[in-house]
Ligand binder design. Structure first.
Ligand code: SF4
Length: 461
């Protein structure tokens, strides 16, 4: 188990903004130099070079009925259900245009609906999307089909229906059970709402229940958060994603309504993280890394033990380097190292589709160095280890020479006991797991000489 105490001097030194590395390069490197035509060509190539490797699909549903003040997602706050009706038609059209370009039936092993609030769509709309997906793709028998659930919009009947439609994994946004914290972030959801979903999901034998929690929210203290974690432990979710709240009010308007003085200090945040790791691991969850925990029987914990863990836009994943096609406003696709993002404004997204065009507006084509660094950074984030000989073999390089500056830059982290390396490998220590983003950042070429990391990324603690 990771050591829980880090010296204050180290906290102060490492308490800096940094990417979460759900992609490399990070999305802020996407530009319109990656054109719509390139994205079309990438989709065509995906079809023509296809050899039955399963892919993943992501659907972004942007609508929410009310705003949570900590929110950094791309969402549209509305009470007008007809917005979802129009959006549904556009999603269907986007699937059609995409599959026409690919012009081959691809195998899909993972489908995820995220938001916003995916359950803003009606059950009929969600079902129709999945039926359409099955018309256009070969969906595997054991597909992981997951949906993010806002407990305020789903009850017993609704969850039954979602299960019937084919969703076999759910992710519940809880964040904190404490009433004062919920009020401070404008997301009040009584415990009974969450408990009802749990009871129903367990009765339905939903394969995996994930809960999202956030530490670092206003009004949170280590004591109140410990109590929330005890409540969570009693519910026994299969997976827990424990995110650090990233306070970036310059970038995210809803966060301007958070009272800065009510936010916990860096020391309190680290205490909460350390405490959470201790409470959850003692109660039986495996610490997967950075922000994820899983019961030992869960596929994520098994993948971690077997060294097969991956990272994608949803966080840690069991699916090895699968290509991903994103549908919906702001959704990102990753195909063969090429990133493409859809229009981020709903009106621009819908306009493109109304004109029978895919809504891609920017992206990034990874070069050989990006692909190499992607692998290095993901191995640090997922396995906590890099085998130099394996990298040398895969990329035909001499690791020690290629990364000599990066390795030299690790000196201070090695002195702090966060990682070490020899001629064979680089290893993240138990202590280093707390600060793994800080280690990965040393291999990020795009971060060098950047002046805007303060406002662009969340703090790594
Ligand atoms: S946190 Fe989720 S539910 Fe809340 S406003 Fe943002 S997207 Fe909507």
């Amino acid at each position: 188990m990771p050591e829980l105490i880090l010296p204050t001097s180290l906290i102060a030194k490492m308490d800096k903004p940094g990417p979460r590395y759900t992609s490399y390069p990070t999305a802020d490197k996407f530009t319109d130099a990656y054109t719509f035509t390139q994205h079309q060509e990438t989709l065509k190539m995906l079809g023509s070079n296809y050899h039955n490797e399963p892919i993943s699909l992501y659907f972004h549903i942007p609508f929410c009925q009310s705003v949570c003040f900590y929110c950094a997602c791309n969402k549209v706050i509305t009470m007008h259900q007809h917005r979802a009706d129009e959006y549904f038609m556009h999603l269907i059209k986007e699937i059609d245009l995409t599959t026409q370009l690919i012009s081959k039936r691809l195998t899909v092993s993972q489908i995820h609906f995220g938001g916003g609030t995916p359950t803003y769509m009606t059950d009929e709309q969600l079902e129709a999307i999945l039926i359409h997906v099955r018309k256009k793709f070969d969906v595997t028998r054991d597909v992981e089909c997951s949906i993010e659930i806002d407990p305020r919009t789903v009850n017993y009947d609704r969850l039954n229906r979602l299960d019937d439609i084919g969703f076999n994994r759910i992710s519940i946004g809880v964040q904190d059970f404490d009433g004062d914290v919920q009020k401070a972030v404008h997301r009040v959801q009584p415990f009974r709402q969450v408990a009802e979903i749990f009871l129903t999901a367990k009765k339905l034998a939903i394969e995996s229940i994930n809960v999202d929690m956030i530490y670092g929210l206003p009004k949170q203290t280590p004591e109140t958060f410990a109590q929330s974690l005890e409540t969570l432990i009693d519910l026994k979710p299969d997976r827990i994603a424990l995110y650090a709240y990233a306070h970036l009010p310059e970038r995210f308007k809803p966060q301007r309504r958070i009272i800065t003085e009510e936010l916990p200090t860096s020391e309190q945040r680290l205490t909460m993280l350390g405490m959470a790791i201790e409470q959850l691991t003692k109660a039986g969850w495996d610490y997967i890394g950075m922000d994820h925990f899983a019961l030992p029987t869960d596929s994520l914990a098994i993948a971690k033990r077997e060294g097969k863990l991956q990272r994608n836009f949803q966080g840690y994943s069991t699916h090895a380097k699968t290509d991903l096609i994103g549908f919906g406003v702001s959704a990102i696709s990753l195909i063969n190292g090429n990133y493409s993002q859809n229009q981020r404004e709903l009106i621009a997204y819908e306009d493109a589709l109304a004109n029978h065009q895919l809504p891609s507006f920017r992206g990034y084509a990874s070069d050989a160095d990006d692909l190499l660094r992607y692998t290095i950074i993901m191995q640090i984030m997922c396995q906590g280890k890099i085998s130099f000989s394996e990298i040398n073999k895969e990329f035909d390089i001499d690791f020690l020479n290629y990364f000599k500056h990066e390795l030299l830059s690790l000196d201070d982290l090695i002195t702090e006991g966060l990682c070490y390396y020899d001629d064979e490998q680089l290893v993240v220590t138990n202590r280093g797991w707390f600060l793994v983003r800080g280690i990965a950042m040393r291999f990020d070429k795009h971060l060098q000489n950047r002046l805007d990391t303060q406002t662009r990324f969340s703090k790594i603690i």
